[in-house]
Design a protein around this ligand. Sequence first.
Ligand code: ADP
Ligand code: GN1
Ligand code: MG
Length: 371
Amino acid sequence: MYIPENEKILTEVISAYDFPKTLLGAVRYGSGHINDTYCLVCQPQEGKAIRFILQGLSVAAFPRQEELMENFIGVTSHLRKKIEAAGGDVMRETLNIVPTRDGKPYYMDSTGRVWRLTHYVEGTVCLQKATPDLFEASARAFGRFQWLLADYPAETLHETIINFHNTEDRFAKFLTALEADKLGRAKDVAAEIKFAMDRKADCSVAMNALREGKLPLRVTHNDTKLNNVLIDEESQEGVCIIDLDTTMPGLSIYDFGDSIRFGANHSAEDEKDLSKVNFDIELYKRYARGFLEGAKGGLTPAELEYLPWGAKLMTLECGIRFLTDYLDGDNYFHIHYPEQNLDRCRTQFKLVADMEAQWDEMHEIVREIAK
Ligand code: ADP
Ligand code: GN1
Ligand code: MG
């Protein structure tokens, strides 16, 4: 059986599971910044290979891993019921856990890290960039996800990362990292520091609206990147929302906003050439249309009014998080080269500036669609 070098813990993890046929091996999979993901392949003597996704949760990002798995099980069980009631395919439209040999929904390894095994959703693709049609399809899927969970008892969910989208708190953590300036990097990123500082007041907009009771707390995904929805190869529709680790109480504008942050442009999140990084308002329009369609009119007038804020705040917040991690010595997000977090921060700030320049139009588009 093939196991990647230096990842011998996988032998221990894999031995906790029964596989239907001979397991050929495990390969690293996907492009997530947080967890360690592997694709496992079983080959029957005849017929197609059977694949699984094995994930080791990041201990740094998710300190309360058992609570996270409670959320995962609760949310996917609820989704299964709703999908079944709607006549859907429960094995494709949500994630399905494969239990360990002793019937547990996850395996805790000898270092205390939690691993989970899920069925691979075959016949799907996971995209980093999409055509406008596919982007709108992803929006329908994320809007639908929120709609499907609208009757989930939000108070029973754990906060898997405290203050995850509390932009005020993200700003405070940035100030702490800046103060410490562990690696002496602050002097080289004065422009980025100023960009964040100039937007301190913005960081309170969603939190104020929540505190004032303008925006309702809902069950949200909170990490709605395009690559967290699997697209059906045949129908070209978003079939399964994945990466449920941050599904917890949140604001609808976070889910709308994070998709816009990642998908309403034509460049990579770490593009070095900022002339290539441009907010595409047409893609924003397509996403808004799809999201509202998927959410089936479930958003309040205030939520609609704050959608552009969701886009700007998720982008600003993510830029601040990348900058914070850069100042802190790159401990949180996986990096593949030294300045990657700084490059990521710069693309986010460029997109924020673009949104600011098209602010009124962003509002107008939502108003038009919601009419
Ligand atoms: P991360 O938190 O690291 O982003 P994800 O849960 O998003 O982890 O998984 C990483 C990648 O693995 C995804 O982008 C997708 O390509 C793939 N993937 C995850 N779960 C499945 C699944 N059940 N079926 C098919 N592909 C999957
Ligand atoms: C992380 O795990 P992944 O790659 O889907 C991060 C998100 C960021 C994103 C930036 C738990 O998402 O919050 O927006 O990177 N997830 C966590 O690409 O911190
Ligand atoms: Mg992911």
